[in-house]
Design a protein around this ligand. Structure first.
Ligand code: AHM
Ligand code: MG
Length: 339
């Protein structure tokens, strides 16, 4: 018995810690010290949010915060708490000059410590709001850009850079385990939080999308609100693609499953109020750009469903919404051709 336990503890430590990984990364990219430390900050934020979500029921932090955000969506207590945590922690470390968030109308100044910082960060602090109260996977999404010179650090334009200019992007998924998936632009890596050690350990290096897609993810109850093309696409996925349907309703969780198993996620533009105006639901700057960066690094592609690569789009506003089609290139290209 002792022998088995000894073997297990050795096996556990045979994985690189995030810190060790970052040291190797720095040996290859000595100019990325601050960026590497920023990823370490994000991992700490992820550990803190993971703890909070694990104890949410007993800590009485479930449910609505009783207010709506700039996008008129109901804010949950955990949304607010995660947002405050991101802001407070990053204000102390001084590695970013400004922060944009789904929960903030305007970019936030990261204080004196960040006045000379070279980066800006956009967050969805806790994605998957409707799953918060019901113990279903949720996540934190982040996108980091170089700070632009010649304009104020909180100028919205800092965040309207194209996705292909991201220098770091990723997410932390609070699921059956907590995983950090990220990319500096040279591959996608996954780290799993060992709750006992309190460390993120490298669980998958250079992740790549399986060549055969297995799943499609779409909210099928939107069928009557999407345009005719998108209806055809959704019907093709359901009836002809040969893929199996899986939809959690948390982008991070749906994306993560498809990244590992192969598949596509689609959130077309909808006309929910029957006004003849179709609009996306998901946000370009802090939901779509980071996911598009990761999928391309893993060998897939992301578009807006209208033939534009998400990474080549120039955002027009901070909270811009956009249609989304992401996953295996062959399937995305096939869907794009259904018109
Ligand atoms: P949120 O950022 O307020 O949580 O909203 C985004 C979420 C995504 O995680 C998910 O893909 C989508 O909304 C689900 O929307 P729907 O319930 O309309 O299918
Ligand atoms: Mg979100």
């Amino acid at each position: 018995m002792l022998g088995v336990l000894y073997f297990r503890s050795i096996a556990m430590l045979s994985s690189q810690t995030l810190t060790q990984f970052l040291l190797h990364h720095l040996a290859k990219h000595p100019d990325q010290i601050t960026l590497s430390l920023l990823l370490s900050d994000l991992a700490t934020i992820g550990k803190a949010i993971s703890q909070k979500t694990n104890k949410a029921g007993i800590a009485k932090i479930l449910g609505s915060a009783g207010k709506t955000n700039v996008q008129d969506e109901e804010v949950q207590k955990l949304d607010m708490l995660s947002n405050e945590l991101c802001k407070e922690y990053l204000t102390q470390t001084g590695r970013v000059a400004a922060l944009a968030s789904e929960e903030e109308d305007m970019p936030v100044d990261m204080g004196n410590a960040g006045k000379d910082a070279a980066y800006v960060i956009a967050f969805d602090p806790l994605d998957g709001s409707t799953n918060i109260d019901v113990n279903v996977s949720i996540g934190t999404i982040f996108s980091v850009h170089k700070r632009l010179s010649g304009i104020e650090r909180t100028d919205e334009r800092q965040f309207l850079q194209q996705g292909n200019e991201q220098v770091l992007a990723g997410y932390i998924l609070y699921g059956s385990s907590t995983v950090l998936v990220c990319s500096f632009g040279d591959g996608v890596h996954e780290f799993t939080l060992d709750q006992g050690l309190g460390e993120f350990l490298l669980s998958q290096e250079h992740m790549s999308l399986p060549s055969n897609a297995k799943y499609y993810s779409v909210n099928e109850c939107n069928m009557k609100y999407v345009c005719e093309n998108d209806q055809k696409r959704m019907l093709w996925l359901r009836d002809e693609s040969g893929l199996r349907g899986r939809y959690i309703g948390s982008l991070v969780a749906d994306f993560h499953r498809n990244l590992i198993k192969g598949g596509v996620f689609i959130y077309p533009e909808i006309d929910g109020k029957n006004t003849g105006t179709y609009a996306g639901k998901l946000r370009l700057n802090y939901e779509l750009k980071p996911m598009a960066f990761l999928i391309e690094q893993a060998g897939g592609v992301a578009t807006n469903g209208k033939g534009d690569n998400i990474l080549d789009m120039t955002p027009k506003s901070l909270h811009q919404r956009c249609g989304f089609l992401v996953g295996n290139t062959s399937v995305v290209e096939h869907i794009e051709k259904i018109v």
